[in-house]
Design a protein around this ligand. Structure first.
Ligand SMILES: [Zn+2]
Length: 128
């Protein structure tokens, strides 16, 4: 049986170009209303960017600098997280303590989602 050389596994994937690399890279955190952490609400609205170098990180930072931070979008994704973990359907009143959102915030999030559905060709925000 032939010996195999150890294969070094890539550890990172550039968010801009998709290139894999073994060492180096640059990281940044940006505000992003479409980013909701799977389990830690304190990290909601923050996205980790990973790039193969400064040029691609700069392009990513510019993309997110131009993307509006929409609270209703963040709330919509927080509602999705809560419903995904819930054992049953929930009312708005039940969602409030689970999400930490007020009832008016939940209604604004739902209205934002409906508005996005009416203008699906609008770039930048993808409703839940
Ligand atoms: Zn890259």
């Amino acid at each position: 049986m032939a010996e195999r050389e150890a294969v070094q596994e890539p550890v990172e994937l550039c968010d801009w170009c998709g290139r894999l690399w073994y060492d180096g890279g640059v990281l940044a955190i940006v505000r992003d209303s479409s980013a909701v952490h799977a389990t830690d609400p304190a990290k909601d609205g923050m996205r980790l960017l990973v790039a193969c170098g400064g040029e691609h990180l700069g392009a990513l930072l510019e993309r997110y600098r131009q993307r509006p931070f929409v609270e209703e979008e963040l709330w919509s994704w927080q509602i999705v997280r809560a419903l995904s973990a819930a054992p049953h359907d929930m009312t708005v009143e039940e969602l409030s303590p689970v999400t930490g959102l007020t009832t008016p915030q939940i209604h604004r999030a739902l209205a934002w989602r409906d508005e996005c559905a009416l203008h699906a060709d609008r770039p930048g925000q993808d409703p839940p």
